[in-house]
Design a binder for this molecule. Structure first.
Ligand code: ZN
Length: 496
């Protein structure tokens, strides 16, 4: 039965046009069935099975990176007492306006109101103060994957700006600043590996003082560039130094019996990763999922011919079984609908490879494999199927990463004079601008106002996570605003 909702979907399919990015983004998420935003609370969307599976696969990659570096997964309560939340002054200032409160237990007003975690520092650190006693307890490296809540007042957008957020947060505690700085570098390496698996290029920027995380000593933002020219912050890595350990009294006894405060770091990311995957890799035919996180890597579509249906199904089932055994995530689509509709369906959902098998293929002991990223068709011998598909999945990853890297590079422009930031059409050049900036707040304000963009911060090296902060400098030049000589640079962009 075709209801009105199905008819709406058909219309959306016809008009998918990535050039109208904002509309395309909303439509493609609905068509690929990644999330359902019809839940009766704005910004709190329902994870549909397909979208949730993508998220779980991303979480698996994150867990792998964290577990391999000696982090332990924890799970803290959702509610935080107001009294704990209030201990770090800057932190409250940063989050106060975004907090959901629980004021009643049943009919009774609570003595101490509770809040839904917007992030978990204030939930975890009172416990860290109990867990950490001696220098032998350090470093303490933990992480959790939970939902967090923020009362967003800006327009919500699936995966990008929501009020209930699927969140990853790593929290570590160290004996001294040097060790916490080593942790930051480990986080950068974990991010580098994750970015590769997700085929997502990004830039790292040390945020300006006024834009760092509430309570942090410094913040490194991880930003992707979306096709509409806006950057999307995927996550961030924070050095807290002793900013939280002092108010939360997280102390340890060192080898000489002296009591010291720990130095802390955090590393956070969210479901925005899916927003970036959708936006950066997708096209007019749907989303394109990186093979490492695609819930289905190969969709098998049997091409039926009258009288041979059973035989074809038998071969298709055998192929499906072989792929599953080889560790390839395969789905056999034996629904009673036209093959063309099946092709369309799996294209929309971004399945990296489609495998077609019909009577003629079976006769020649082969099948046809179509790549989602470039639409190319390949005849593949059945007896080499597993190896060939594994190679094709790897190639798909490499190609979509290279394409995304090219897009980022093409849309990153060095600007030495603010007038250079204006293109021929009198509009500011699209994408990320990189410019010398003396570091003053006044100049930042001028730049932001003149270009109608924000400063993302100082470019941080990506290829070498073991950089020294003293070496994080650009070419000696002149501040685009005041003209003072400087080797300090900043990224500037429109941002989500
Ligand atoms: Zn300046």
């Amino acid at each position: 039965m075709e209801g009105s909702y199905e008819k709406t979907l058909d219309k959306m399919r016809e008009r998918l046009d990535k050039a109208n990015f904002s509309e395309w983004y909303n439509d493609v998420i609905e068509l690929a069935d990644l999330s359902d935003k019809r839940y009766p609370i704005k910004g709190m969307n329902v994870w549909t099975p397909y979208g949730w599976k993508v998220m779980q696969n991303i979480d698996t990659l994150l867990r792998k990176g964290l577990d391999a570096t000696g982090h332990d997964e924890v799970c803290f309560p959702l509610l935080i007492p107001k009294t704990e939340f209030q201990k770090e002054a800057d932190h409250i200032k940063g989050f106060d306006a975004e907090v959901y409160w629980v004021t009643h237990g049943g009919l009774n007003e609570l003595d101490v109101p509770l809040l839904l975690r917007p992030t978990s520092e204030t939930a975890m650190y009172p416990m860290f103060a109990l867990w950490i006693r001696s220098h032998t307890d350090l470093p303490l490296k933990t992480y959790q994957l939970v939902n967090t809540f923020r009362y967003e007042t800006k327009q919500t957008r699936t995966f990008i700006r929501v009020r209930e957020i699927h969140f990853f947060e790593a929290h570590t505690a160290h004996a001294d600043f040097e060790d916490s700085e080593r942790q930051i570098r480990e986080d950068l390496q974990i991010m580098k590996d994750l970015g590769k698996a997700l085929c997502l290029p990004y830039v790292l920027a040390k945020r300006p003082e006024w834009d760092k995380f509430a309570g942090a000593f410094y913040t490194i933002g991880i930003d992707c560039l979306m096709p509409n020219g806006k950057t999307l912050q995927l996550g961030s890595i924070h050095e807290y130094k002793e900013n939280f350990s002092v108010p939360y009294e997280i102390q340890y006894e060192d080898a000489d019996g002296e009591h010291k405060y720990v130095h802390q770091t955090t590393y956070g990311m969210s479901e925005r990763i899916i927003g970036a995957l959708v936006g950066i890799h997708g096209d007019d035919r749907g989303i394109i999922l990186p093979p490492d996180v695609a819930p289905i890597q190969v969709a098998i579509v049997p091409i039926y011919v009258k009288g041979k249906q059973d035989m074809i199904n038998e071969v298709a089932q055998a192929v499906h079984k072989r792929l599953i055994e080889a560790g390839i995530r395969s789905r056999l689509d034996d629904r009673d609908i036209r093959p063309g509709n099946k092709f369309y369906h799996w294209e929309l959902k971004g399945v990296p490879l489609r495998l077609e098998i019909g009577p003629r293929d079976i006769e020649s002991k082969s099948c046809i494999v179509v790549r989602r990223d470039d639409g190319s068709k390949h005849q593949v011998a059945l007896d080499e199927l597993e190896d060939t598909l594994a190679i094709m999945l790897k190639e798909t990853s490499e190609v979509i990463l290279a394409k995304a890297e090219a897009m980022l590079e093409e849309n990153t422009t060095t600007v030495l004079d603010l007038r250079d930031a204006i293109g021929d059409d009198d509009e500011t050049i699209k994408g990320i601008l990189k410019m010398p900036w003396c570091g003053s707040e006044d100049c930042a304000e001028t730049i932001e106002k003149d270009l109608d963009r924000i400063l993302l911060g100082v470019p941080v090296p990506i290829d070498d996570p073991n950089f020294e902060w003293d070496d994080v400098k650009g070419k000696e030049s002149n501040c685009v605003s005041c003209g003072k000589p400087t080797s300090n640079w900043t990224y500037v962009a429109k941002s989500y």
